[in-house]
Design a protein. Sequence first.
Length: 288
Amino acid sequence: MLLLPLLQHPLLIRVDCVFFDGTLAYVQTPFYQQGDLQLWLFGPALPPPAVGAPPPAPPRVLRSEMEICTMLRQVLQALVHMHAHNVFHRDVKLTNVLVGDDGSPVLCDFGVSKMHAGLTMAAVASAVTTAVQGSLTLAYAAPEVIRQEAQARGGEWADVYSFGVCLWVATWGKLPTRDPATHCLSSSSKAQLRGGGGNVHDLLQKLLADKPSDRPSADQALLHRYFSDTHEVSLKVYGCWPSPLPLTLTVLLRWLSSTLALSSTSRLRAPSPTPRAARSSKCLMCKC
């Protein structure tokens, strides 16, 4: 979380304050009443089935392909910004993307994130695999991370794979099946992608490649025709260019206005009447 003030992006969750009470740290962020991306895609979760009952069918995706493309494109934009600053999320999943009141996604939960600058590839891989042991979400993690192999492409390989799993779930409503020995996509999942022939199938083949060296970077994935073609269709249907362009501009303007408001508020804030030494909790960021 302490990396977030260094990033400052409208599609990354904002940290308002960090309070310390002894050895405990409390992070204050905005409240997102729309919930996370999983709720946005499938609605409220169903109760678990009774003991002995057959497993439930995969949840029905409530959003159109254009809506999913628009939302996930912005998640990818957030990853591009992070990777440009040598920061890697390392736990990208649907429940770690919140939905703002304006419908824009906000990437959150940077508990296992870390900045890697000036490190060798082996050092990056070692730092990643060590830090995420016991913390990563196995269903979304890259296979080489689960196997703890000493290989990496700057660290973004794990985020790109996890993003691919998010796209798979958003498209078909369930997780891809994996080979239990290698943790790569199973033969049935690969056959599903090869036999599809659509833009989303082609993109997923690249994002979920077995080898990190075969996967695109986040900015390369952003240029895939899945994103461009989907928005060309929406342009023909609706006669206008919908999100992400207007939505991105809206989010950017909101971020600029909030930044200016915070700046003016900090200049006008009166000093606290209570001595800092007498407090049990201290605010690190807003200096209150």
